[in-house]
Design a protein around this ligand. Structure first.
Ligand code: HEM
Length: 287
């Protein structure tokens, strides 16, 4: 993957990854081009269809569309899926699980087996769930941003950044720095985010980067991850399998953009839920 990311004649320096990318682009291109809004049982999601419509309106090519779909998948798979994993793992292992279940229960409107929630209300009325999201990204987001210095600049500690040099800012180093977060920096503590005032250095948290290249998917992913947790925790009784522990893994600084992957699987016990009239097997979520 690293030679591929360097993008130095990737066809020759990383042929396998290059071929795989081109194959995926072809599949996505074909799949989206063949879709029509009225297709019976259409498998292409609404977001992709809307993106196709916008691209067509602006005369963007099919190839562009295939590549931008792949970018979306990359954002989802390399960041969002592991972020959901960590959030769920710490929710199940933490002393705040009861509060989260209670917040989720309050957010869902159920009419028999038809369920729905307003994501705006989840954001505003589930402080423990939101804090768990923020704390998961603090501990596990591990991107590395690069900036070019456009003029000589002296930092407060006297370090000189020379014009033309590259400054590399690994998120983990900032997110796991005891100077920013205190001696318990490696502990998973959602309560850091539940104080009335944010009392950390403003630059101490940037899971989505900063400035003009900040992640454009950050609001979308916030809703998507909170929504996934609401559906999972409402629909199922989930608990960690006996003897399963969730710890914060040691830092392994990687020059990669993404959310850290777990080293081990997590064993959980899942049961479908029945609450009065509600039976998760027959439940239909309306989004
Ligand atoms: C937990 C989930 C996610 C995290 C932690 C994350 C983090 C990041 C980071 C750190 C960057 C680089 C910012 C910089 O260079 O300053 C980035 C860029 C980007 N992200 Fe995300 N991201 C996530 C989810 C997503 C999703 C779901 C999408 C797509 C819908 C997405 C689309 C993008 C795109 C297109 C860029 C490139 C922006 C540019 O270069 O101008 N991300 N993301």
């Amino acid at each position: 993957m690293s030679p591929f990311l360097l993008n130095f004649f990737p066809k020759y320096t990383a042929p396998e990854a290059f071929e795989a990318r081109e194959r995926l682009v072809d599949v996505l291109k074909g799949c989206i081009a063949d879709t029509h809004d009225d297709d019976e049982g259409d498998q292409v999601n609404v977001i992709s269809r809307k993106r196709r419509d916008i691209s067509t309106k602006h005369s963007l090519s099919g190839d562009y569309l295939g590549r931008s779909e792949l970018e979306l998948l990359n954002g989802l798979l390399s960041n969002t899926v592991p972020a959901v994993f960590w959030m769920l793992a710490h929710t199940l292992a933490g002393s705040f699980f009861g509060s989260i279940k209670e917040e989720v229960g309050r957010s869902v409107q159920a009419e028999g087996n038809r369920l729905q929630f307003d994501i705006g209300q989840v954001r505003a009325q589930c402080p423990t769930l939101v804090a768990t999201y923020q704390e998961s990204l603090r501990l596990y987001a591990s991107s590395a941003r690069a900036y070019k210095v456009v003029q000589d600049f002296e930092l407060m500690d006297g370090c000189l950044l020379k014009k033309g040099s590259l400054v590399y800012v690994p998120t983990e180093t900032i997110h796991r720095n005891p100077k920013n977060w205190g001696p318990d920096v490696l502990e998973f503590k959602p309560e850091r985010w539940m104080k009335s005032e944010y009392d950390h250095h403003p630059g101490s948290y940037a899971p989505f980067g900063v400035g003009s290249s900040i992640c454009p998917g950050r609001h979308f992913v916030f809703d998507m991850i909170l929504g996934s947790l609401v559906v999972l925790l409402y629909s199922l009784d989930i608990e960690l399998a006996p003897g399963t522990a969730v710890g914060v893994p040691k830092t392994r600084l990687k020059v990669m953009s993404g959310v850290r992957l777990p080293v081990h699987d997590l064993d959980v016990v899942l049961k479908r839920k029945t609450l009065g009239e509600y039976n998760s097997e027959r439940a239909k979520w309306a989004f």
